[in-house]
Design a protein. Structure first.
Length: 574
């Protein structure tokens, strides 16, 4: 690869603008061939950086011409090209076998696709443009030939690889179509109350005197994620490097505490936490409660410890600020009218061009079908009491279509069908006759947000039961995704948000409007073994601690319980 052993030499090619040659030093006195070329626009800054930070002297080469021009020559000695812009400016080469991405393609998806295209220009067996496994010759293939015929792409930070993967998945050019929605003409114009921060609440106008001393642990060990693909499909593997846990209270004497303090204050200003006052003494206490998982070989590296401490202290500050912010948001919650414009989504479908599905979708848009509960051409559901119809269900991956936002999953569909069946069966009975039911699929991110101690939570559905005679409104938040999809901490935060609704209902502002709120998490499975963190807890404990109802039971009367003790409206005496 490097044509010899020795130290790295960097040469500026004076006859090729923006090019630097790379080669190893030769102890015999003979010059080693160049093994790599750097192509860069700002040659002056690059030369300065190499000399100041890498302690290398950049020497001039006035004899050779462009190395880049010979990269794709059949017997070229250039094995490494640094300067990805060359890959997206029309250049073509058969020699590309590996790509490493750093700070490229963050915003331009089309550039990423061009970049990828340079690497798959494989000549193939006998210039067939096919890999050996796909050419029938009757000959024995050399061992390992498939590795030489594979393009390897390495990305520093996973988002680059994810963008690559997304572009690969979207190789067939899609088209987008807006889907028709029909508003519910019987939807009330007033009285659809939800909990929202009071008007005029401006947390950025307040100063937070930071007194949270809870630390955090950060992981700065390497994690390698590899995407591989073959005729059998795609595979993802992840490897985590081993590390050592460092408590910063034990190594604080090795750290530049002043620089860390300044870094945290600067970061707070940059991410809209500039109204946070953090004293130097308090910062020291936060830092001493933080820790980091660092690579074993870097456990004594002061620079590594300094960087890890900066990340940990900044994250502790962010979490403390978020906890304060959520607490303040909850304290400012008030009954507010739901704004229909904010929660009416624009539903779109992405369809591969040239498929039968596209023509069916266009026919559906041009002349909406009468039937809503159907699977053709888009699975959809009809609800009498919903803000709009239809509600689109999740599409099968093989259908060629993709809904934006995503369609309803099976547990959501089950909840709505159970609700529809129950209400049609029960709404004329004496218990429910004075009440009217309304439903909304709470849209992300413009829907109604709840706040807990550890994070925000946007439940999937909101139900209103309105009794105009008693001037009562029951508001119910429902999350039909169960407990098995997430960690115990996330499930506990959701439960905290839902329990807080009961406390809000006791506040004067909500009592005055006759608003009573509650919420539940619904589980489509009754197998506790499906919840990996449940341990020895049974359903009684889970129901109590996480406000969960099992959908295989008769759960709907609990959600639509109108016979609970009424939260009495205060009289004139208060």
């Amino acid at each position: 690869m490097f044509h010899g052993n020795g130290g790295l030499e960097v040469w500026e090619l004076k006859n090729a603008e923006g090019e630097f040659g790379l080669r190893v030093s030769s102890i015999q006195g003979d010059e080693s061939p160049y093994f790599g070329v750097v192509n860069i626009g700002d040659a002056l800054s690059f030369r300065k950086h190499v000399e100041e930070h890498l302690n290398l002297t950049v020497r001039p080469d006035t004899q050779r011409g462009s190395l880049f021009s010979v990269v794709d020559a059949p017997r070229s000695r250039i094995n490494i090209l640094i300067g990805a812009k060359k890959f997206i400016e029309g250049w073509s080469s058969w020699r590309v076998s590996s790509m490493g991405l750093m700070n490229i393609g963050r915003g331009e998806g089309s550039q990423i696709m061009q970049l990828f295209g340079r690497g798959i220009r494989l000549k193939g067996r006998d210039m067939s443009l096919k890999r050996s496994d796909f050419v029938e010759t009757g000959e024995t293939r050399p061992d390992g030939i498939h590795r030489l015929e594979t393009l390897y792409v390495f990305g520093w930070n996973a988002d680059y690889m994810a963008r690559f993967q997304g572009m690969i998945d979207a190789e067939d050019v899609p088209v987008f179509r807006d889907l028709p929605l029909f508003p519910n003409k019987k939807w009330p114009r007033k009285g659809m109350v939800v909990p929202k921060p009071a008007r005029g609440t401006d947390l950025l106008a307040e100063t937070l005197v930071y007194d949270n001393e809870r630390g955090v642990e950060v992981d700065v060990t390497a994690r390698l994620t590899a995407y591989t693909g073959d005729v059998e499909g795609q595979h993802v593997t992840t490897r985590q490097a081993s590390g050592r846990r460092i408590d910063f209270r034990d190594v604080v004497h090795l750290l530049d505490e002043g620089a860390l303090y300044a870094h945290c204050l600067e970061r707070a200003e940059r991410v809209d936490m500039g109204n946070t006052y953090l004293s130097r003494d308090r910062f020291r206490k936060v830092l001493e409660r933080c820790s980091a998982l660092v690579p074993e070989e870097d456990a004594g590296d002061r620079n590594m410890l300094q960087q890890a401490a900066g990340r940990a202290a900044s994250e502790a500050l962010r979490r403390g600020f978020s906890t304060w912010q959520r607490g303040r948001m909850n304290s400012e919650m008030a009954p507010r009218e739901l704004c229909v414009k904010d929660v009416m989504p624009t539903w779109r479908i992405q369809v591969t061009k040239g498929t039968d599905l596209l023509s069916k979708i266009e026919e559906f848009i041009e002349k909406p079908l009468d039937k809503f509960d159907t699977d053709e051409p888009i699975p959809r559901l009809y609800m009498d009491w919903h803000l709009y119809n239809p509600l689109f269900r999740k599409m099968d991956e093989a259908s060629g279509g993709h809904l934006i936002p995503p369609g309803l999953v099976d547990s959501e569909v089950k909840f709505l069908r159970d609700l529809r069946a129950f209400w049609k069966r029960e709404h004329k009975k004496a218990q429910y006759r004075p009440w009217k039911l309304y439903v909304l699929r709470n849209p992300s991110p413009s829907g109604v947000m709840l706040y807990g101690e550890e994070g925000r939570f946007l439940p999937d559905f909101i139900l209103w039961l309105r009794n105009s005679k008693e001037k009562r409104t029951l508001v119910r938040f429902v999350e039909p995704h169960g407990l098995h999809h997430e960690s115990e901490n996330k499930a506990r935060n959701k439960a905290q948000c839902l329990k807080h609704l009961l406390d809000l209902s006791k506040q004067q502002a909500f009592k005055k409007k006759g608003v009573e709120m509650d919420g539940w998490i619904l589980s489509a499975t009754e197998k506790i073994s499906d919840i990996p963190w449940a341990g020895k807890r049974g359903w009684p404990e889970l129901k109590r601690d996480f406000r969960v109802l099992v959908m295989t039971e008769n759960y709907m009367p609990t959600i639509l319980d109108v016979a609970r003790a009424v939260v009495k409206k205060p009289g004139k005496s208060g």
